[in-house]
Design a binder for this molecule. Sequence first.
Ligand code: SF4
Length: 337
Amino acid sequence: MELADIEAALAPQYSKFHARRIFDSVYAQRSFDASVMPESLRFAFQPGELKESARYESSDGTVRYLMQLADGKTVETVFMTEGSRDTICISSQVGCPVDCKFCLTALMGLERNLTAGEIVGQVLHVMHRHDLAPKNRTMNIVMMGQGEPLMNLDNVLKATRILVDQRGIGMGERRICLSTSGLIPKIEELGRAKIRPRLAISLNASSEEQRMEIMPITQKWHLAELLETCRRFPLKPKEHIFFEYVMLGDFNDSEADAERVVKLLAGMTCKMNLIPLNPGPGIPFTTPSDERVDRFQKIIMQSIPCYVRKPRGRDIYAACGQLNRMNQESSLVQVMA
Ligand code: SF4
């Protein structure tokens, strides 16, 4: 709930002061202790805290959470820390309907959208667990976990407004980013929102045909049209569009691919992240060699800032959807919490 939602939900005998107190207790104090609320409100307002059903710690400091929702379904949330920067990767749906061929979440299909509360709840849980405060350290939130955020845009935008409210969690708007497979009308709708995450496009291919092979959604929303939409996207000052590129060994990682990508993105205000595949069971692709990743990056860097995202948490199955799937299929994953 945003502050205005709480005000509207309170019975008339309660003032804005009470609404503010509830908002402050949940989002600023991050206290799920109902005793901080006025006694007469305790039963009316029960914070819907998510339950941590499992936690896995990687040797590289990545911590992966399996969060249980009120209906028993689970989603994945990942905490990554590096130097003075913390990143929380959150889910926006249970499963995903998009069917990218390199992604384990796709194998689950879509179960349902998350509510705004369930999206924010993942952040609150990780902040609480790791004692994080956006004012003390750089904190980023990326909506790159399970799900296609633009298929749940209303709740994603509501969650974003809650996250950036300086009376509560106090995130910087620029520090929140969502990644989409490329739903063109929804990208346009996102661009019209006053408060919104930054836009990242999950590109992953250097041509229409190649993208169709691994991202069937390209049959509906063509690559050329998608890139045109990106060119028209109303960027805020100092904003870039991020292009994410999952590198699949001997599929989209050649020098010719890199040269084609440079042409596709020519003239755009953008940056690129290369993500060597985090392999998983049932995924018919391999991780490219470091040399191929390096050569690819060098070619892109001649025209666009380009970073290689280090694979995180391989020892805890940290690729998108891996944890949920492993949990469903077997007890291969060892709980380390
Ligand atoms: S990569 Fe993202 S959009 Fe594609 S299936 Fe996986 S979760 Fe969905």
